[in-house]
Write a protein that binds this ligand. Structure first.
Ligand SMILES: C[S@@+](CC[C@H](N)C(=O)[O-])C[C@H]1O[C@@H](n2cnc3c(N)ncnc32)[C@H](O)[C@@H]1O
Length: 433
């Protein structure tokens, strides 16, 4: 096989049959299109023919699927590797291959795939697992070990029974954590390739996510991490600390207290700050402190939203807020959009995406913030600040993040318009009837 993208893809696709597995997975990452996160290609069998499935994950959380007969797939897979993505990783039973494009578009191919000799192939066909039939393919979760078993910490946290079976009432939590891990997997390429990764889980509660992320980095990615969870509840923190010690999870620690009072060890800057379902302004406390710590990446899924809903005072928006349910939806969207704007003002690039199926939980939005290498220009900052101020003027209130980092002009320290303007609407009903 020649060391070119085309020869590699032609070998992988043209010699793939239902009995001959030439590759297990191809992962495309670092897409040139910011709306796309990654594509994963896996082979499968349908009516005696080998196919490949391309699953493409978009930055808004959606996934697209495309099935192509293997004999027609090489062209498409080449196109993905050459034009769409800057990195391609191929995993095969005969070694792996990595294709990378540098900033200057120089292509580097590290091809460790060994093509089996013809006679060797015959023997290997016999032992190679046949391709999975399409209807056999069930969703494979990141937390599942290769042999289908689940990691022990899930039992300790009450997600599985002693036999490793997921408890029925914990299935939604299990799916939620796995989906969160997929979103962590999406940003993996942004973290340093070597050395210890420093990760905080703020408002960690019972720490399902903390343990899962620790497992992902140490067991799946083989990395050394220093991970720390913070929460107000002494009993859960004591339980998490005992569990981590019992499972021999080195460098996984917890502390009990208010995040606002947490001081990282001198000189420590987290590469990743996580937070799952911190209620109401607790998400704002997480974001404020993630920025204070200088986190490189922040993944935060807010929980319930009360602050704006209970304080919005807007004549212009009263046609919405007088309907309580619509007022809540509007307040949720305004709260999260202002959080994103505030993070952009703190020099982060921000995206929002769906966590899991919205039918499973209404608390389903993830804010992903990635610290920019180059600070925004003053003009960019001021444009966002003006937008933030205008939004506060429209809703008649400054939410937590704005109130605690700067004082938008015309508002008092509680976030209400000065000079009694808040009385435009009846403050007891906030314009709701
Ligand atoms: C709904 S729970 C979510 C827990 C966990 N992340 C999960 O998804 O299972 C929210 C947690 O935030 C914690 N919390 C709220 N405000 C906090 C603060 N200022 N500092 C530390 N923890 C806080 C609470 O104690 C609670 O455990």
């Amino acid at each position: 096989m020649e060391n070119s993208i085309r020869s590699i893809m032609e070998y992988l696709c043209d010699t793939l049959t239902c009995d001959m597995l030439t590759f297990e997975k191809i992962t495309y990452s670092k897409c040139r299109d910011s709306a796309v996160v990654r594509s994963v290609v896996t082979p499968f069998a349908k009516r005696g023919e080998a196919y490949v499935q391309i699953e493409t994950f978009l930055s808004d959380g959606k996934a697209l699927h495309r099935n192509i007969p293997a004999r027609e797939a090489a062209e498409v897979l080449c196109e993905y590797a050459e034009r769409l993505y800057k990195q391609t990783n191929v995993k095969t039973p005969d070694g792996d291959c990595e294709i990378r494009f540098s900033k200057k578009e120089k292509c580097d191919i590290r091809n460790g795939i060994r093509v089996p000799e013809t006679e060797e192939r015959g023997a290997r066909v016999a032992r190679v697992q046949k391709l999975p039939a399409s209807h056999d393919r069930k969703k494979r979760y990141l937390l599942e070990n290769a042999d289908g078993t689940l990691p022990a910490f899930l039992y300790h946290l009450g997600i599985t029974d002693e036999g490793g079976r997921i408890l029925d009432k914990k299935r939604p939590k299990y799916r939620q954590i796995n989906r969160f891990l997929e979103l962590v997997d999406d940003i993996y390429g942004l973290l340093p390739e070597n050395g210890t990764l420093v990760i905080y889980d703020l408002c960690c509660g019972k720490s399902y996510l903390t343990f899962a992320v620790y497992h992902y980095f140490t067991q799946i990615k083989g990395r050394t991490v220093k991970m720390h969870g913070v929460d107000l509840k002494p009993d859960v923190i004591a339980y998490c600390s005992e569990t981590a010690a019992a499972l021999g999870m080195e460098n996984l620690s917890f502390s009990c207290g208010d995040i606002n009072a947490y001081t990282p060890p001198a000189g420590e800057v987290p590469h990743l700050v996580l937070s799952l379902h911190a209620c109401d302004i607790a998400t704002d406390i997480v974001l404020t402190n993630a920025v204070r710590f200088g986190a490189k990446v922040v993944l935060s899924t807010p929980c319930c939203h009360h602050e704006v809903f209970h304080n919005i005072r807007s004549e212009e928006l009263s046609f919405v807020t007088r309907h309580s349910m619509l007022g809540q939806k509007l307040s949720d969207a305004v709260t999260d959009a202002l959080r994103c704007l505030w993070l952009e003002m703190q020099n982060y690039d921000v995206q929002t995406m769906e966590l899991i199926d919205p039918e499973e939980t209404p608390k389903n939005m993830m804010i992903r913030a990635i610290k920019r290498a180059k600070p925004r220009t003053e003009e960019d900052f001021l444009r966002r600040k003006a937008q933030y101020d205008a939004a506060c003027t429209l809703i008649g209130f400054v939410p937590y993040l704005g109130r605690n980092s700067f004082e938008p002009s015309g508002f008092d320290r509680n976030g209400f318009l000065r000079d009694g303007n808040q009385n435009q609407n009846d403050p007891d009903t906030n314009g709701k009837e």
